[in-house]
Design a protein around this ligand. Structure first.
Ligand code: MRU
Length: 350
């Protein structure tokens, strides 16, 4: 069995699980082995593999690889728990590990356990790619010819098993002949926009302009942005959502300028057990990322080496700032971003 996406390769009988090192992009396309549990957890911590849906897919394949080495049931349960805890905000990781955990618990004494886990990981991969296509179809219909679209962080083929979430919408609209221009926030501190979204848009031939995060306001005021599309790492039951830090600021700016603002995510990002944004756990990262830059080109510090730092990796955008939410099941209007109504947009099978 083989699967391949822009940033992940799985070959059960050959090279095993490989991830594209997203810290080495855009200059170097380096593939790293991710069969080993400790190695995968380190790849996730270091954001060599990143993006909410992809973390879940990659962790599922890693668990399948650990099972293929002959690990027993209790070892696999422990491995799944460690992977589940590798990053706290993106709920897709927990969702994927819970799916793998259900297979594990149902079949842990059977000789076919490893094959069953591998089949479940492949199913999660295939479903994620299909969900991207569904989101893209719904979202692309929102985009009018000639729009300038601002996006934040990286939400494309690098961040999912398919064409992406927000970037997948942009790609599908572009491929359908809609003329558009993408404004790419660089996305401090880890520069996913500057390093990764530019790389993807360049490969696709989609016109874009890179700006620093603090330029978004003036570009909006100049009339060059007609829509904002972003991803999401966890959507609470009332439609508040966590995404890469800076998203909330973009949402406030969009509201001020009367620009439609849409998170784009698969249903696996919706967490009905989290009532609202205040209950979403937000990852905090090390000070070096804010005192300077931490990248494949080395660590470069410009602030005093003892400067006190706050480094939340995500922020929460309140539901009131969402024009509509693009899911794989359809476009959800603001009025439905309350718990009982959001649940009605679940896929029929869930
Ligand atoms: O810290 P990262 O780079 O994993 O954060 C990624 C994001 O915030 C994305 O917007 C989100 O995962 C959705 S992308 C499909």
């Amino acid at each position: 069995v083989k699967r391949a996406s822009l940033s992940l390769r799985y070959d059960a009988a050959g090279s095993g699980l490989l991830i594209l090192d997203q810290q080495a992009l855009p200059d170097v396309e380096r593939w790293l082995s991710a069969d080993d549990l400790d190695a995968m957890i380190e790849h996730i911590h270091a954001l060599r593999v990143r993006g909410a849906p992809l973390i879940g897919v990659a962790a599922a394949f890693c668990l399948a690889r650990v099972a293929a080495t002959g690990a027993d049931g209790p070892e696999l349960v422990y491995a799944a728990l460690r992977l589940r805890a590798a990053r706290p905000t993106a709920v897709n990781l927990m969702w994927a590990m819970d799916r793998m955990g259900s297979v594990l618990l149902a079949h842990q004494d059977e000789a076919t356990l490893a094959e069953r886990l591998a089949a479940e990981a492949v199913a999660i991969f295939d479903e994620d790619a299909a969900l991207c296509d569904a989101m893209a179809a719904h979202g692309a219909a929102l985009i009018a010819d000639g729009e300038g679209i601002l996006t934040h962080c990286n939400t494309g083929g690098l961040a999912t098993a398919g064409i992406g979430t927000a970037l997948g919408v942009i790609r599908r609209a572009w491929e359908a002949g809609t003329r558009l221009h993408v404004w790419v926030d660089e996305t401090r501190p880890l520069l996913q926009g500057a390093r990764l979204t530019t790389y993807e848009l360049g490969r696709l031939g989609i016109p874009y302009t890179l700006i620093t995060d603090n330029m978004a306001a003036t570009v909006m005021r100049s009339g060059r942005i007609q829509r904002v599309l972003v991803g999401a790492d966890r959507i609470a039951a009332n439609g508040d959502f966590a995404n890469k830090v800076g998203t909330y600021g973009v949402a406030v700016l969009a509201a001020h300028h009367g620009i439609p603002f849409h998170p784009v995510a698969p249903w696996s990002t919706v967490d009905l057990r989290t009532p609202d944004g205040a209950a979403i756990p937000i990852e905090e990262r090390g000070a070096a990322e804010v005192r300077g830059v931490v990248s494949n080109k080395g660590t470069h510090r410009w602030a005093p080496d003892d400067a006190p730092v706050f480094n939340p990796a995500f922020d929460v955008t309140p539901n009131a700032l969402v024009t509509s939410l693009v899911l794989d099941t359809g476009v959800v209007p603001t009025a439905d971003l309350v718990a009982v109504r959001l649940a009605a947009h679940a896929p029929a099978s869930s």
